[in-house]
Design a protein around this ligand. Sequence first.
Ligand code: SF4
Ligand code: SF4
Length: 187
Amino acid sequence: MKNLVKIFKALGDETRLRIVELLLDGEKCVCEIVRYVKRTQSTVSIQLAKLESMGILKARREGKKVYYSIADARVKKILAKADFSKWFGVERKKINWYPVIDEGKCTGCGMCTAICGRDVFEYDSESGKSKVKNPYNCMVGCDNCSIYCPTDAISFPQKNRREFIQSLIKKYGIVKRVRQTLEVQGR
Ligand code: SF4
Ligand code: SF4
């Protein structure tokens, strides 16, 4: 129980929650985390150290780079129940971004289920393959599972990811929405 309180405490801070949310999709280096969280390197480093000391994250060094990943499996379970129905305030179902599995290519290795922290996939024991269970839980712009899939069975409806995300940013005025959020946080 004490440990669960610790997890909720860790996720109670917005920067820490954003870090953990990003890491649900797998290990990331510090530079990627800083870019995603949009905080200064020192703020992110402090929060990463805190999360590590709480046992929520674990770090791995490779040359000059440090990579972080989720150490406590219960965090994934808790966040799997999180509300992914909006993307920067936009109804998630309006956004055409989710993985599609080519059944003919899927060998049922389970990599996609293991690496996605958003409960998008499930293993279907009848067919011995993975299935997309919650397509709109998928993080807009993420394509990690397709990289991990050894048989190239996963694709996304949009071929040009960058172009698609840029068009969404324009269409829904995301820059303005982000600025407003940052202003509210800074008050
Ligand atoms: S990673 Fe690819 S091959 Fe493995 S279960 Fe998922 S879709 Fe199938
Ligand atoms: S692309 Fe979507 S489904 Fe695949 S790992 Fe990322 S969030 Fe999960």
